[in-house]
Design a protein around this ligand. Structure first.
Ligand SMILES: NC(=O)c1ccc[n+]([C@@H]2O[C@H](COP(=O)([O-])OP(=O)(O)OC[C@H]3O[C@@H](n4cnc5c(N)ncnc54)[C@H](OP(=O)(O)O)[C@@H]3O)[C@@H](O)[C@H]2O)c1
Length: 267
């Protein structure tokens, strides 16, 4: 059975990812701080006949993050799919936000995504298969007044774009999930705005289908997709022009095969 590790699996979107992956026959490693929440999600996943491991860890804390990194890098218990879902959205305006809350937001939404991906990829590349889902947000494209959240999600989008380009030919896929507002229970749904609110189950279905198709960006919901397609057009055009001019970023990258050999040697 393939194994999937889902961060932020104690509730919300992470719990929906866990349920869907269990139904698909994945053994699970579920990560979050709330043990009770994780136990609830794992009890329901086990009813699908899969094995579930619970890792109680705070990803904004060095010790917690190192434990999950270690689990991902364990070649004797390979993880085939990493879902970097855990995320926090600070409230209020930046200038008055608590400094430590801001730091925890960066640690969870950025540092943990980078370090867990770095821990998972060498084994996946070595095995010639695997996948990484990075949960970003529509806010990464269209920041409103607020604090650091939109910037962290813009980082997730660019990070996925860059790293996925270096994975071509390795058999490993990586996708950014650019989700609009979802009914995960985190935010109260305002009256009259329900057409913009997505069902998390449909978001997960679309994201996993996009990953299977080899896409690197998943934007569930046609309204959000239309806006992102428009915003992405200049970037796509620029990339094509850069490629044509022979100055594309990919040209500076070593071929995937050479990268794999180097990774193997370094392991
Ligand atoms: N809801 C939306 O409308 C929306 C829209 C776009 C993108 N997103 C993104 O989707 C993802 C999931 O959102 P959601 O709505 O499901 O949020 P949620 O209900 O608040 O769930 C967040 C999950 O992340 C975990 N988490 C938070 N901080 C953590 C930490 N330091 N260490 C370990 N786990 C931590 C939480 O578990 P514990 O508290 O148990 O640790 C929880 O399981 C996030 O990345 C979010 O930014 C959400």
């Amino acid at each position: 059975m393939p194994t999937a590790l889902v961060t932020g699996a104690s509730r919300g979107l992470g719990a929906v990812f866990a349920a869907r992956l269990a139904r698909d026959g994945h053994d699970l490693v579920l990560v979050a701080r709330d043990r009770m929440g994780l136990e609830r999600v794992s009890a329901s996943a086990r009813r699908c006949g899969v094995a579930v491991e619970v890792v109680v860890a705070d990803l904004s804390d060095e010790r917690g993050l190192a434990a999950v990194q270690h689990r991902l890098a364990d070649r004797s218990r390979p993880v085939d799919l990493l879902v970097n879902n855990a995320g926090v959205e600070g409230e209020g305006q930046f200038a008055v936000a608590d400094m430590w809350d801001l730091q925890a937001e960066i640690d969870t939404n950025v540092t943990a995504v980078m370090r867990l991906t770095r821990a998972a990829l060498p084994g996946m590349i070595e095995r010639g298969r695997g996948g990484v889902v990075n949960v970003a947000s529509f806010a990464g494209y269209l920041a409103g007044p607020g604090n650091a959240y939109a910037a962290t999600k813009a980082w997730v989008l660019t990070f996925t774009d860059t790293v996925s380009a270096s994975l071509a030919g390795t058999g490993v896929g990586m996708i950014a999930l650019c989700a609009g507002r979802m009914r995960t229970g985190k935010h109260p749904v305002p009256e009259g705005a329900s057409a913009m609110w997505l069902e998390p189950e449909a978001v997960v279905d679309e994201c996993l289908a996009d990953l299977a198709r080899g896409r690197t960006l998943s934007v569930p919901g046609w309204r959000y997709r239309a806006v992102v397609d428009m915003l992405e057009l200049p970037r796509r055009t620029l990339r094509t022009l850069a490629k044509l001019a022979g100055r594309g970023r990919q040209q500076q990258q070593p071929p995937a095969e050479a990268a794999t050999v180097r990774l193997r040697a370094a392991a």
